[in-house]
Design a protein around this ligand. Structure first.
Ligand code: HGY
Ligand code: MN
Ligand code: MN
Length: 419
C-alpha cells in the first residue's frame, strides 16, 4: 500500500533556514541585502556544520563524518541491513550567497526526519541525510568535491591535496576544523538518492509553478588560464613594443562571448568569473593575467567542440610576440541524465500533493550528479523569485515554496524507503 502524501512543518523548516543563514551573514554594501558567505571549511562553514549536526542528533539520528568531511546522519529503519534511501546537499556557499542554495536540501532532509518522528512513521530502509563538502568548488577549485569522492570519481588524496589561493589544502582545513573523519571514502551504493534544491533559474517561476522534476544536469568544464607578458612603463612603451597580458585576457573574454553568440555550440554558456592582472598597478603594462573559464553545455559533443575552439584560440594568442600562456584543468563533468523511475516517483508525489509540475534540466551542478553514478538518483526543484537569481544575496524562495518542495521530498523518500 503506497504511503499517502506527507506534509512537513513549513514554519519549523523556515526557522531552521533563517537561523542557519545568520552564520556567515554579511550586509551587501551596495544593496543592503543580507548575504551569506560560508566558503567550504572556513570557520563559518564549520560553525554552520556544527549547528546542523546538533539538530540532526536532536532528531535522534546517528552522525558520522567520513574522510572527506562529508556528514552522514542516519535514521534507522526496520531492516538495518537494507541499503538506505539518501537525501541531502551542501552547506558550504559561494561568497555572495543567499539562504537557500544547498541549505534547503540539507535542512529539508532534517525536516523530513523531524516529521517522521512526530508522526511515528517508521520505514523499512534506513533514511540518511548527507552534507557534502565543498560542493561549490569556489575555494579549492573543484565543484561537487565531497560527493565526487563519495561516488569514487575523485580519489581521496587528490581531493585532500587541492590548495586554495592562500596555500591551505583541503586535508589541512579538514583537520583544522575538526572534520577529518574516518572510515571508507566511498559510499556503499544507496537504494536511491533524492535531493531537493532551489532551481536557481527562471523556468518554474515563469511557468507559474512551485516544483519541478529534474531530468539531469548539463556538462561543466572549468579551467584556469595564466598569461605571461612583460611589465613595462605605461607612458614610455610604444604599443608595438608591448607584451600586454591584460589585452590577451580581454581578447579571451570577448572570444568566449563570440563563441556563445555564434550559436556554433548550441546552448553553450561561458563565464569568466575570476580575472586578475599583475602587478595590478596603474602605470605598468600587465606582466601576468589569470582568469577562469566556466563552460556549460547540455550536449557533450558541442562542449568538446567549444573546448577545442578555445584551445585553438589560445594557441593563436601564443603567437603574439612576448606572450606565453598555460592552462590548468579545474573540473570537468559530462551531461548526467537522472533515473526515470525516481523522476516518476517524484512526479507521483507532486501529483498526490496536488502540485502541478514540469520536468527540466539543471543548469547548475549538484551533488546528485555524482550520486547518480552509484544509485538511482533524481532531484526536486523549488521555484525561486526574481527570475530565480542565485549566487547573489537576492536569492529568495518563499516559505510556502520551500515547504511544498520538502513535502514532495518527504513523500518520495518514505515511499522509496518502503520498497
Ligand atoms: O557551479 C555550480 O553549478 C554549482 O553551484 N556548484
Ligand atoms: Mn547548490
Ligand atoms: Mn551554488
Amino acid at each position: 500500500m503506497t504511503t499517502g502524501p506527507i506534509t512537513v512543518d513549513g514554519r519549523r523548516l523556515w526557522e531552521s533556514l533563517m537561523e542557519l543563514a545568520e552564520i556567515g551573514a554579511y550586509s551587501d554594501a551596495r544593496t543592503g541585502l543580507r548575504g551569506v558567505n560560508r566558503l567550504a571549511l572556513t570557520d563559518a562553514d564549520a560553525e554552520g556544520r556544527r549547528l546542523v549536526i546538533g539538530w540532526l542528533r536532536e532528531a535522534g539520528m546517528s552522525v558520522r563524518i567520513d574522510p572527506m568531511g562529508n556528514i552522514i546522519a542516519r535514521r534507522e529503519g526496520a531492516d538495518a541491513t537494507a541499503a538506505p534511501v539518501v537525501t541531502g546537499s551542501h552547506l558550504d556557499s559561494v561568497a555572495t550567497a543567499g539562504a537557500f542554495d544547498g541549505c534547503l536540501g540539507v535542512l529539508g532532509g532534517l525536516e523530513v526526519v523531524r516529521t517522521l518522528n512526530e508522526r511515528r512513521i517508521s520505514t523499512r530502509r534506513p533514511v540518511e541525510v548527507v552534507v557534502f563538502t565543498e560542493e561549490e568548488g569556489v575555494r579549492f577549485g573543484t565543484d561537487m568535491l565531497g560527493s565526487a569522492v563519495a561516488a569514487g570519481r575523485i580519489p581521496l588524496q587528490d581531493a585532500h591535496d587541492l590548495i586554495d589561493r592562500d596555500g591551505c589544502t583541503v586535508g589541512g582545513e579538514l583537520r583544522r576544523t575538526g572534520f577529518a573523519g574516518e572510515g571508507a571514502a566511498c559510499f556503499s551504493p544507496p537504494h536511491a538518492y533524492v535531493e531537493c534544491h532551489i532551481e536557481q533559474g527562471p523556468v518554474l517561476a515563469h511557468a507559474g509553478l512551485t516544483v519541478g522534476v529534474v531530468t539531469g544536469v548539463q556538462g561543466i568544464s572549468w579551467q584556469e588560464i595564466t598569461i605571461h607578458g612583460r611589465a613595462a612603463h605605461a607612458g614610455t612603451t610604444p604599443t608595438e613594443l608591448r607584451a600586454d597580458a591584460g589585452i590577451a585576457a580581454a581578447r579571451i573574454v570577448l572570444h568566449l562571448r563570440e563563441m556563445v553568440d555564434s550559436g556554433r555550440y548550441g546552448a553553450l554558456r561561458a563565464t569568466v568569473g575570476h580575472l586578475a592582472v599583475h602587478p595590478d598597478l596603474t602605470n605598468i603594462v600587465p606582466a601576468r593575467a589569470e582568469l577562469t573559464v566556466d563552460l556549460r553545455n547540455p550536449d557533450d559533443e558541442q562542449m568538446a567542440r567549444a573546448e577545442a575552439d578555445l584551445a585553438g584560440y589560445l594557441a593563436e594568442l601564443e603567437g603574439q610576440p612576448g606572450i606565453t600562456l598555460s592552462t590548468r584543468r579545474m573540473a570537468r563533468t559530462s551531461y548526467v541524465p537522472f533515473d526515470a523511475g525516481i523522476q516518476k516517483a517524484i512526479a507521483a508525489a507532486a501529483d498526490d500533493h496536488g502540485l502541478a509540475h514540469l520536468s527540466l534540466l539543471s543548469g547548475a551542478g549538484h551533488d546528485a550528479q555524482e550520486m547518480a553514478a552509484i544509485c538511482p538518483t533524481a532531484m526536486i526543484f523549488v521555484r525561486g523569485e526574481y527570475d530565480g537569481i542565485s549566487h547573489n544575496p537576492r536569492e529568495y524562495s518563499t516559505p510556502e515554496a520551500c515547504a511544498r518542495g520538502i513535502d514532495v521530498l518527504a513523500t518520495t523518500l518514505v515511499r522509496l524507503a518502503d520498497e
